[in-house]
Design a protein. Structure first.
Length: 211
């Protein structure tokens, strides 16, 4: 086999193997979420054939292939083209959200009754093993923004879908208390099957569970 063709074939195989690994890591968010329907279809109809073609190429490259006629040459060229084509499809369908970047699902931005703060609940990487919740707070007086971690079992949030932008979502509610800069935080049944309450201290930017 001509050295240029062998190098091109080997390069296409390596690129395909890297694309396979990148695709599997991407659709599983680094093995932190399960495959969805679209990813499953791509895995069976693109990723598995790519794996099989790569194995075939590795075997042929190790054992050597004699180009006896134009048909065997055409077959090798076709296999190289298939490698590049499958690699392109796999890389194009990799979703880095929730893995290399956060996937944030939020409820509607609201104001406290004393008009001092804006707030909302953010759920990061929903339906993944690394999911967590946080409260976004903005002080309306000085526009200071901060996020406070909220310890709720995000793995028990079931069936929550991203609502349309024009539909109000009320997953949490903040109420004033008799203490200055302390608010009661309520988790509504719109988010969880059971209600929870917390005390939010705006001064220390902390949250503790209400007793």
């Amino acid at each position: 086999m001509h050295i240029f063709l062998k190098v091109l074939w080997g390069t296409a195989t390596i690129i395909c193997l890297i694309s396979i690994a990148w695709f599997i890591l991407g659709i599983s968010a680094g093995f932190k979420r399960s495959f969805d329907l679209v990813s499953t279809v791509i895995f069976f109809f693109v990723c598995i054939p790519a794996i099989l073609f790569s194995i075939l190429s590795i075997i042929k490259l190790i054992n050597g292939v004699a180009i006896e006629n134009r048909y065997s040459l055409a077959g090798i060229v076709l296999l190289i083209v298939i490698h590049f084509g499958l690699s392109f499809i796999l890389v194009k369908n990799v979703d880095t959200v929730g893995w290399l970047s956060e996937s944030v699902t939020s409820d509607t931005l609201k104001k406290t009754s004393d008009d001092k703060y804006e707030y909302r609940l953010d759920i990061v990487n929903l339906f993944q093993k690394n999911s967590y919740a946080r409260i976004y707070i903005r002080n309306l007086k000085d526009n200071e923004e901060y996020n406070i971690p909220l310890n709720i079992p995000t793995n028990k949030i079931v069936g929550l879908l991203n609502a349309r932008n024009d539909k109000e979502k009320n997953w949490i509610h903040l109420e004033t208390t008799s203490e200055i800069n302390q608010y009661m935080l309520y988790i509504t049944k719109e988010l969880m099957n059971h209600e929870q309450s917390f005390i939010v201290d705006m001064t220390s930017q902390s949250i503790r569970e209400s007793r």
